[in-house]
Design a protein around this ligand. Structure first.
Ligand code: ASP
Length: 442
């Protein structure tokens, strides 16, 4: 039988009503065998996520507050779900252990992880699935080595434990070191847990259920009612990383991508919608839209370096890039001309080194460089661009019609994306213009 790993975000498990939707989804398809839950999220805009309550509780206890009374509202949240679902489950021993461990300063990661741990227990009971504590199967290295995530050991451990389980719940977000110390991934890390479980069991699909129906072709705060992306490749998604990690944790892509497992982003509140499918390679017979998505970000700067004869000077680029590496400055793009080199980077990277221009002048052997800030970068991404004449013409005509000047243009030879830099004031208008020409006028 095929296997699906199914991850539910915090909003999908915020209360008993959401638990019921989740159980209906799982029971509707017997391939949904390995379930990865987050901690309960917000029930309304002014609510607090359980993970945030746990961090605050731990801090209060560290500051001298009483652990039992600080933990009581968190316990009440879980008990509310248990009671509403009519479960015979008493977690009071667990609550006492957690309060004790808070008193004994078990660590912030331990504290935060208890949301997924307790929610996983409730979900496993409700579904009648085996509960597997992530501390036993998601492995981090020892303190001596800085406790890094151990991908190989985790993969082997998860594979051997889950081989024996037909149906199981594995809480997201955390794991443990060899000495049993709990470590969490970065915020939103349950997506990553889902991905490593999917790789370990060689899943046919990684379903990631959240509160939106997938990725949109543009930011809905800029474009009115943008189209939903139905299929996107892993490479395209990476190129659209300016979208930020609002739907899916960035790291979650890599384990499943390596194993060529598709991810399906689905909406717990609209389970009949097919969502966005993230695939290793697009179906061979498809006719994709020319543009899959448009994403952008403000607060970029460009450092323009001019030097006569640069194109004949062997090692020039290396010297500049070595300097950036030494200064630990991350850059995004390096469009070049014959005698010019531009380094495009987030403005905050430059702020780290106020003397960076002097350092560049030294290594480049020039005395004039220009830094321009206040730029926005826009990635126009689509596998449908390949060998399609006129795509760039349409993009730039749309910008020209809207009186927008493209300050930077960069297209890789893979023809998967065009990167455009505009001044920040023209950012929204540029995205709308490009979106309209491919989606509204198509
Ligand atoms: N509960 C954790 C957080 O709020 C992890 C997750 O939801 O993925 O970041």
């Amino acid at each position: 039988m095929e296997k699906y790993v199914v991850k539910f975000g915090g909003s999908s498990l915020a209360d008993a009503g959401q638990f019921r939707k989740v159980a209906d989804i799982i029971k509707a398809d017997e391939r949904r065998r390995y379930i990865v839950p987050s901690a309960p999220g917000k029930r309304s805009d002014d609510d607090t996520k359980v993970t945030d309550m746990l961090y605050a509780c731990y801090e209060a206890v560290a500051g001298g507050a009483d652990a039992d009374s600080e933990f009581a509202p968190i316990a009440a949240r879980f008990d509310g779900i248990i009671a509403d679902l009519g479960l015979e489950l008493d977690l009071s021993d667990e609550y006492n252990t957690i309060a004790d461990n808070f008193r004994n300063q078990a660590g912030e990661d331990y504290a935060a992880s208890r949301g997924e741990y307790l929610n996983g227990m409730i979900l496993a009971t409700y579904l009648g699935f085996t509960f597997i504590d992530a501390a036993k199967v998601v492995r981090f290295g020892s303190k001596k080595h800085g406790r890094p995530f151990d991908a190989d050991l985790t993969n082997a451990t998860l594979a051997s434990v889950l081989k024996k389980e037909q149906y199981a719940v594995i809480p997201g977000f955390y794991g443990a070191t060899p000495s049993g110390k709990i470590k969490t991934f970065s915020r939103g890390g349950s997506d990553f847990t889902g991905s490593i479980v999917a790789r370990a069991v060689k899943a046919d699909m990684y379903e990631n259920w959240t509160d939106v129906s997938g990725f949109l072709a543009a930011d809905p705060r800029i474009v009115d009612n943008p189209a939903l992306i139905s299929v996107i490749t892993y490479r395209e998604l990476r190129e659209l990383s300016y979208m930020g990690a609002t739907v899916l944790h960035e790291d979650a892509i890599f384990p499943v991508r390596e194993a060529k497992i598709p991810i399906n982003i689905r909406n717990t509140n609209a389970p009949n919608e097919s969502g966005t499918m993230i695939v290793p390679t697009a179906p061979p017979d498809e006719v994709p839209p020319i543009i899959t998505g448009i994403a952008g970000k403000k607060e970029f700067s460009v450092v323009s370096i001019d030097k006569d004869g640069m194109n004949n000077e062997i090692g020039f680029l290396r010297r500049i890039l070595t300097l950036f590496e030494e200064l630990d400055v991350n850059f995004e793009h390096i469009p070049t001309g014959i005698d010019t080199l531009c380094v495009v980077l987030e403005s905050c990277e430059l702020d780290k080194h106020p003397d960076i221009t002097d350092r560049i002048k030294e290594v480049a052997g020039i005395n004039h460089i220009v830094v321009e800030s206040g730029l926005a970068m826009i990635a126009v991404v689509g596998r449908g661009m390949k060998e399609k004449r006129g795509t760039a013409a349409r993009i730039f005509a749309a910008l020209a019609h809207n009186h927008i000047n493209a300050r930077i243009i960069d297209q890789g030879s893979s023809e998967l994306n065009v990167i455009i830099g505009v001044v920040e004031d023209e950012f929204d208008a540029a995205i709308r213009a490009i979106y309209d020409v491919f989606y509204e006028m198509a």
